[in-house]
Design a protein around this ligand. Structure first.
Ligand code: DON
Length: 304
């Protein structure tokens, strides 16, 4: 029998003693003051056992991790039509790169880079009656937690400085791949990224993707075939130009955010979340990636 608690404790110890903890993202000013000595890790098995170490109950900004949730909601609303407007190929480029978008006529490479997530945000703005409120309701429902909130200060901070996202949205608009006004889509997008959660909450949120589309409340949100697609996209695109590295080292579908969070899962087995705000050069949590590599190595649990 694996002693998950001892494994998480060991990983936490290694992390807090690491000499290089990466660099906290500062291009969203509100994130710049987060202490990079925070480290949390939380595991939830499909049988409902939970284990945690470190700061796993401290809320942080989930940022790009939200792109998986918006994609799930969009697929539940319009199904395969999503793929008419966004592709499913890894970009091999940073999350905010715009050159490919221009060359490829406004069709983003995948829904997890910023331009792709903006197209998905546009789908939600078109199909939800009250986009921000309805999306929050969806996230609260799949997590079975009504305390989840947007951090308005983070959303405003990104709105004031998100010039590249404005550029991406305008480029998409010029290619007619944005149906709603740029301001409206960005307001929704900055809020989805500003969702705040703890590691414990995030492992619950992502449970439905390890459980064939059925959330903790036993409600079916997606078909099995749709969950297969989302997990495949996380594996191939979830870490941008470091997706190969994550698959190679960790061997799980997962998603990172510049707030320092990472969620990864093994279908029908577990969901695991790490939070360590210091990022590596590719914008993914430095210690989070190392922690997950240690976890799959020590437990021998990965998709491969
Ligand atoms: O759009 C942005 O730049 C941020 N709101 C999210 C980027 C992000 O989290 C990239 N992930 N590692």
């Amino acid at each position: 029998m694996l002693d998950f608690q001892a494994i998480l404790k060991g990983i936490h110890q290694d992390a807090i003693h690491a000499s290089d903890k990466g660099v906290v993202a500062s291009y969203i000013p509100e994130l710049a003051h987060i202490d990079k000595n925070n480290f949390g890790i939380h595991l939830r098995t499909s049988r409902g056992e939970t284990y945690g170490a470190g700061e796993f109950n401290k809320p942080f900004s989930i940022q790009s991790i939200s792109k998986v949730l918006s994609l799930a909601k969009a697929m539940s609303l319009i199904g395969e039509d999503v793929w008419k407007r966004v592709d499913v190929e890894p970009s091999g480029h940073p999350f905010n790169q715009l050159a490919l978008l221009e060359v490829e006529n406004g069709i983003p490479r995948n829904p997890l880079i910023n331009s792709g997530a903006l197209v998905i945000a546009d789908v939600l703005v078109s199909h939800l009656e009250n986009p921000k409120a309805d999306f929050l309701k969806f996230v609260r429902e799949i997590t079975n937690d009504s305390n989840i909130k947007y951090n308005e200060a983070v959303a405003i901070s990104e709105k004031n400085t998100g010039f590249k996202n404005y550029a991406a949205a305008n480029l998409l608009k010029s290619f007619k791949n944005l149906q709603n006004p740029v301001e409206e889509v960005l307001d929704f997008y900055f809020h989805q990224c500003a969702l705040e959660m703890t590691c414990t909450q995030l492992t619950k949120t992502f449970f439905f993707l390890a459980n064939k589309g059925t959330c903790l409340l036993n409600k079916v949100h997606l078909k099995e075939s749709q969950v297969k697609r989302i997990n495949a996209i996380m594996l191939t695109c979830g870490f941008y130009d470091e997706a190969g590295e994550f698959a190679f080292e960790v061997g799980l579908p997962g998603k990172s955010g510049v707030g320092g969070g990472i969620v990864a899962l093994l279908p029908d087995n577990f969901v695991i979340t790490t939070w360590s705000p210091g990022l590596n050069k590719k914008g993914n949590s430095k210690l989070g990636m190392l922690a997950l590599e240690a976890f799959t190595t020590r437990t021998k649990r990965s998709i491969f």
